[in-house]
Design a protein. Structure first.
Length: 127
């Protein structure tokens, strides 16, 4: 083999290696973003349930203007996206979600007395 052919083979191997590294990087970033989006969707669902609980009268199993007795449904505390916990008070409730893929990734959100979500906080790779 000539010297030119060897250089072309080496160049080809380097280009393929770089393409594989870039592909893995893109896949990892997409996986993290997908997990973050799924957790945000779960938190939106939990927020809607909490607000519905707050505005429902006690006679119908609600909180009658109070978040303090709201509890996350057992089947929603943990799923393939993450683990969810809550910190309720009378006029607001905070939800914290820890990613199932990486425990250093988490999302925290607070729901006010009007059912509005605010104060989104992201940690780990979710930032």
């Amino acid at each position: 083999m000539g010297q030119q052919q060897l250089l072309l083979i080496i160049l080809g191997v380097i280009i393929v290696g770089i393409a594989i590294a870039v592909g893995l990087s893109l896949f990892t970033a997409q996986s993290i973003q997908s997990n973050r989006d799924a957790i945000i969707n779960d938190l939106n669902n939990l927020a809607a349930q909490a607000y519905q609980f707050r505005i429902r009268p006690v006679s119908m199993g609600g909180g009658q203007g109070d978040y303090t007795t709201f509890a996350i449904p057992t089947k929603m505390k943990t799923n393939e996206n993450g683990t969810y916990s809550t910190s309720p008070s009378q006029n607001s409730i905070s939800f914290t979600a820890v990613s199932a893929q990486n425990a250093s990734n988490s999302v925290k959100v607070t729901i006010d007395s009007f059912g509005r979500l605010g104060g989104w906080t992201y940690t780990g790779d979710f930032q």
